[in-house]
Design a protein around this ligand. Structure first.
Ligand SMILES: [Zn+2]
Length: 403
């Protein structure tokens, strides 16, 4: 439910909030009289009210403080990662996958992997593909049996996966530019490098594709990058997972292989750099992206590893905005797109610009679609909190760990 004052207030909202960035601690001091008069439940909109009804000395405040576990985005299904764009799993989906994969054998096992294949992250996908290929030929073999008995090395699986993804990028390039084109020529040379093991480099390849297509439309470039980022991150990472989990039970293998697809709460401004525990500093990111970024500068990270992140964070925003409109995010996220835009813009030093809806536009969209005002969500119970452990084998080269 929105009061009319918001419409005019919000015009000032953007300019007001530019005085701060996500490093400013979020000390929200509600003005209780206004709160009663306006009978509002949304913290972010309360912040606008506070500003316009007498709390001007408070620098700016939006979002609301909450633990990373209580970030409501984590309860939503199939959210695309704000960084790599791939669909993520929430904890419930992860448990369902693990239970099925641990029980299945042969063709059933291949089917479980096939139906979740689009969710596996880059290094894990190299191994998941092998399971999917081999399982139908071994009707009595479990996930653990297949991994333990494979003669293939991490290097073999890495090469196999790279080769498949390169072919897929090539097909897209031919679709855009025709049979003979610069991108395909480049890919052919890169495949040669890969096969002769001269040291094919994923991130250098992504840069190469961007350079070759820099005169072209960003739309075409993104079509290629959306596929190219599917390349495994590194050979070492694939090898580490394979070696560590070769003799593990099926449950552990399944849980590890899907662990990097699980949604985590990313601090847009890193926690290690005093990033706030506040929804205005949060976005949903898969464990792979979150763990690999660490406290790295956002621009350095996305430009090297996920050069299509500007499109991906927009896709994430659009997906969540749709859920806000439908009332699936409760009543406290009306300002989330505004917050997200500011935090991402600030953290990327204006390199990433999002197109977002303001709370009024969300309200308007809701009315146009005949959707009733959202109801507050129950606060998550302590027991519902999702803890995602850092998966082993997803980090940079180090000592191979053994079970
Ligand atoms: Zn991701």
């Amino acid at each position: 439910m929105r009061v009319n004052a918001i419409s005019s207030a919000n015009v000032g909202f953007a300019s007001v909030s530019t005085v701060k960035n996500s490093t400013v601690p979020q000390s929200l001091k509600p003005v209780h009289n206004n709160e009663e008069i306006l009978n509002r439940t949304n913290e972010g909109s309360k912040a606008i009210m506070n500003y316009f009804f007498g709390a001007q000395n408070v620098p700016s405040f939006k979002g609301y403080p909450c633990s990373t576990s209580a970030f409501v985005v984590k309860q939503i299904d199939n959210v695309p990662c704000a960084c790599c764009g791939k669909e993520m799993m929430n904890a419930k989906e992860q448990n369902e996958f693990v239970a099925k994969a641990a029980k299945a054998k042969g063709q059933d096992l291949a089917d479980v992997f096939a139906s979740n294949f689009h969710k596996f992250r880059r290094n894990e996908k190299a191994i998941a593909r092998e399971i999917m290929n081999v399982a139908p030929t071994k009707p009595n073999s479990s996930l653990s049996d297949i991994l333990t008995n494979t003669k293939k090395t991490g290097a073999d699986l890495y090469k196999q996966e790279c080769s498949i993804v390169l072919d897929e990028v090539d097909t897209i390039a031919k679709g855009i530019y025709g049979e003979k084109n610069k991108v395909s020529t480049y890919i052919a040379a890169q495949k040669e490098t890969l096969n002769q093991h001269f040291g094919f480099k994923r991130n250098a390849f992504l840069k190469g594709v961007q350079n070759i297509t820099k005169e072209d439309s960003r739309e075409n470039q993104t079509k290629l990058l959306d596929k190219a980022i599917e390349l495994p991150l590194n050979e070492d990472g694939v090898t580490k997972i394979l070696n560590k989990y070769k003799h593990s039970d099926s449950t552990s293998v399944a849980r590890r292989l899907i662990s990097t697809a699980v949604m985590t709460t990313e601090h847009i401004h890193p926690k290690s750099n005093k990033g706030a525990n506040n929804t205005e500093n949060y976005m949903g990111e898969c464990a792979e992206c979150n763990n690999n970024r660490g406290s790295a500068d956002l621009n350095t990270y996305w430009q090297n590893v996920y050069p299509n992140m500007p499109e991906n964070v927009q896709r994430y925003n659009d997906y969540i905005t749709d859920k806000i409109i439908k009332g699936e995010m409760g009543t406290r996220y009306e300002d989330y797109p505004v917050d997200l835009e500011k935090a991402v813009s600030s953290e990327s030093r204006n390199a990433i610009k999002l197109t977002i809806l303001t709370p009024e536009e969300i309200d308007k969209a809701r009315k146009e679609k005949g959707i009733s005002d959202p109801k507050p969500l129950p606060e998550p119970a302590e027991g519902d909190m999702i803890i995602v452990k850092k998966p082993s084998g997803s980090k940079k080269p180090g000592k191979p760990s053994r079970k």
